[in-house]
Design a protein around this ligand. Structure first.
Ligand code: ZN
Length: 134
């Protein structure tokens, strides 16, 4: 595979409104977008930190994967997203190397990205998202 940098860190929060003051007031970052991704049952808030984004994730439904994650592990880092070019080829490459895919085909993510998740059981425990700018 070929990855260029950490595109974003996805962080599970109970409430975006409660979390934003830490990122803005303590760390001095600026929230530049809040967006709901209906099919993933999350609301997201984005900050820029160098070339890496911070993506806060709030569940919009009790059966959201974020709600389940927080129930099991509490709030905190949920996934790491790696920037790639040619996401289909990168996914095929990962699969060819025995990596378990959560998304067999890329789908639409937040912030104008095409995304696909790799299963943490085959990525050293880190839920890993590949993303490509549309
Ligand atoms: Zn993400």
């Amino acid at each position: 595979m070929k990855v260029s940098h950490i595109e974003h860190l996805g962080i599970a929060v109970n409430s975006i409104e409660e979390a934003i003051p830490y990122w803005e007031n303590v760390l001095g970052l600026k929230c530049y977008a809040i967006e709901e991704v209906a099919d993933q049952k999350v609301r997201t808030a984005f900050f820029m930190l160098g070339q890496t984004k911070i993506e806060l994730l709030e569940a919009t439904s009790e059966d959201s994967t974020i709600a389940k994650f927080i129930e099991n592990k509490g709030i905190g880092i949920h996934h790491m997203a790696l920037a790639v070019e040619g996401i289909e080829e990168q996914l095929a490459d990962a699969e060819a190397q025995g990596i378990r895919l959560i998304d067999k085909t890329p789908r639409k993510g937040a912030d104008d990205m095409t995304i696909a998740f790799l299963h943490p059981k085959s990525t050293q425990g880190i839920l890993t998202e590949l993303c490509e700018k549309k």
